[in-house]
Design a protein around this ligand. Sequence first.
Ligand code: MF3
Ligand code: CO
Ligand code: CO
Length: 293
Amino acid sequence: MKNKSVKIGPNTLCPCGSGKKYKNCCRNKKIEVSIKEEYKRRYDIHLKDPDQIQGIRKCGDLLISILNKVEQMIKPGLKTDDINTFVHEETIKAGAVPAPLHYKGFPKSVCVSVNDVICHGIPGDRVLTDGDIVNVDITPILDGYYADASKTFFVGTPTEQGKKIVSVASESLKRGIEVMAPGVTLGDIGYAIQSYAESQGCSVVREFVGHGVGIDFHEQPQVLHFGTRGKGIPLAPGMVITIEPMINLGKRDLHVLEDRWTAVTNDGSLSAQFEQTLLVTETGWESLTPYAL
Ligand code: MF3
Ligand code: CO
Ligand code: CO
């Protein structure tokens, strides 16, 4: 049987009687509002509005300016606690607050993870030495908005193993980012990362994941760095998430030290990580903590 109902197209007059075209009227409003409510209800995901995005972007710009200065400091002989002091002071100077400090009992203002430390390294008396790799993970809170990003740096002259794992981790983040667009699923992101990293003979850490971010440090959804194409929540414009793959040169298994934070590889192999805060746009993505990968 033929469907006799009149199809409302983008250019037909809006049924609300405004006299505007449907595409310029209720189509936008209704869908925007209903998607926002639907993501909150179904997934507890907070889609961000333009003002919130601007706030996170500004926090991200501060983060990247600090991260760039940290990069200039990195050299053999530097203590990991010197990085903490610097990040703490730069954050406060900018009128921001370091989110890691006292977060669930974390004692410092930044995570500094050397060599086989996967993540959540606590800055202290450890001295960086030639050939080390070191991840610095920064999260300022500026005007109530959070941005979260990290990079892994070489200390002095990189080793062959260091070059390999840093390159694979950086490319893993890049591949995860570049699939992002509305309708693409979280599983698609995980698949892009896992299939690449494993094709290079490396492994993907499963115990720590990316996350929604912006209004809070860790929001829904969880962003796994492994997965199956087409599975999981579809991305929607206004979603702000981190992608932060931790990639090991050896096996993925890990343990957490007595300090209850420091996660290290069981086999002692090197681990590298790159993280950015990413916005899903109408057409794809925008990094709110942009740096070249
Ligand atoms: N910055 C980390 C992340 O990417 C979280 C660190 S939690 C802390 O999610 F307490 F260790 F700072
Ligand atoms: Co994060
Ligand atoms: Co982080």
